[in-house]
Write a protein that binds this ligand. Structure first.
Ligand code: HEC
Length: 276
């Protein structure tokens, strides 16, 4: 009898109960795959160099901006995946005038996508894909998959003041550009001074910053290709090729990381880190 009751509650749930929550501040909306697939703005799109699948893919997808009505172009969004990965995206990127378009690809539970290369799971139930990504310089970190929620939020420096460089720096200081590079490429997986939402990689300033323990030359090698420094099978950090992060961006990122070692905060709940 008990089994029957449990089954009544769960077994009848349709296979497509996958939910996407969109929290825009004043309003929170929840969609399931079936609802999204039934929208009149669903299109069949082809993605020639799909980031997650590394080949050409076809999807049924909704234009991203149609789901984000009321979001201002200076707002920031957080794309949260079910595995804890979270990608920051300024709305200005989704609203870009260069011709790159963001789409929400929706996995139809009746016709699941293939498993991701080397994994047993798919990129579904929801996956952000781009047409013409090269036109606005959209990097691989802008393709969050296994999406569970999208949340509007305040600018990064406001939410996490511990990430911000010194306010006294001139507007055109390379450190400020480096902070932008850090937000675009690193914050999706790392904290710094404990600030940030993702915990996939280690903190980049506590107890020591990578400019200190790796030095600039090895850190550059590492960021371009992590496995060029040391190899191990489970490595999850991607390399950043020059098309995604130019030499100028990399210089600026290192300037930011150096600068932040002078603004280190003590680790919460731990003794002050030892200094060499
Ligand atoms: C997709 C997630 C992801 C992104 C994006 C990412 N990292 Fe990482 N990073 C990791 C993980 C996970 C590790 C732990 C080592 C591993 O598994 O590869 C790591 C390790 C590191 C290390 C530690 C190396 C060591 O052995 O001490 C440094 C330094 C680093 N990342 C810097 C960066 C910087 C700077 C950026 C942005 C340009 C960045 N990472 C972007 C996931 C990421």
């Amino acid at each position: 009898m008990r089994w029957f009751l449990i089954c009544l509650a769960f077994c009848t749930a349709p296979a497509w109960a996958a939910q996407l929550t969109i929290e825009l501040g004043a309003t929170t909306r929840s969609y399931d795959s079936a609802q999204l697939l039934a929208r009149t703005d669903v299109r069949e799109i082809e993605i020639p160099a799909d980031v997650a699948y590394k080949r050409t893919m076809r999807y049924r997808a909704v234009p991203m901006h149609a789901l984000l009505e009321g979001v201002r172009s200076d707002d920031h969004l957080l794309f949260i995946a079910s595995d804890g990965f979270s990608a920051h995206m300024p709305m200005s990127l989704i609203d870009n005038r260069h011709g790159s378009s963001a789409w929400l690809a929706i996995e139809d539970p009746a016709h699941p996508w293939p498993a991701l290369p080397g994994k047993v799971v798919t990129a579904g139930p929801f996956y952000v894909v781009w047409t013409q990504p090269q036109l606005a310089g959209i990097g691989p970190e802008r393709w969050p998959y296994q999406l569970a929620a999208i949340r509007r939020q305040a600018p990064v420096a406001e939410r996490f003041p511990m990430l911000a460089p010194a306010a006294t720096l001139p507007v055109d200081d390379p450190v400020r550009r480096g902070f932008a590079v850090f937000q675009a490429n690193c914050l999706a997986c790392h904290t710094l001074n404990g600030g940030g939402d993702a915990r996939m990689g280690p903190d980049l300033n506590i107890p020591h910053g990578p400019t200190e323990y790796l030095g600039d030359a090895y850190l550059r090698l590492y960021l371009r290709d992590p496995q060029s420094l040391r190899r191990w099978p489970q490595a999850r950090m991607p390399g950043f090729a020059a098309e995604v992060m130019s030499e100028g961006d990399l210089d600026a990122l290192l300037a930011y990381l150096h600068h932040m070692t002078e603004r280190r905060l003590p680790a919460v709940g731990k003794a002050s880190p030892a200094q060499p």
